[in-house]
Design a protein around this ligand. Sequence first.
Ligand code: HEC
Length: 139
Amino acid sequence: MNNQNTGARVWWRVTLWGVTVALLGVMAASLLSQALALAQAEPAVSTATSTTAQTGVSGETMAHTCAACHGTYGRLGDESFMPLAGMPQAQFVTTMIDFREGRRPSTLMGHVAQGFSDAEIRAMGAFFAAVPPQPGVTQ
Ligand code: HEC
């Protein structure tokens, strides 16, 4: 009887440990798979950004993300902020790459420019150069 009880206790202990270890294993596996999913999501996102030009997002579409500060189509009427409409493409490309590489000091544009590849900057530059600047505003 005593032996049987001890046997049952040992069995329970082994079972409880088994269940505990199995649960920890499941938790670890789920954490691991989440970590792997995150690790896989990162390159997918950056690939999408860096291949924007190849996937057909036009310079015009990218240029619209600048509208909040530089005006719709880069045109600002008589505001004192820098308009982009009509800026020669070469000047635009040099300025953006200088911002991106930290050669030109900036409060915001360094961060903005880091989001774009050379090809994307050229595409936006072509778009802005083709927008007629508003009358009375010179670049
Ligand atoms: C949140 C506001 C903001 C947004 C959005 C923004 N800019 Fe700017 N931009 C600035 C500021 C501020 C400056 C002045 C430099 C600085 O301090 O960063 C500037 C300066 C510039 C200049 C230099 C203008 C000149 O006359 O020399 C260019 C070119 C430019 N931005 C392009 C862009 C482009 C292209 C986008 C969109 C991809 C964009 N900006 C989005 C705020 C913004």
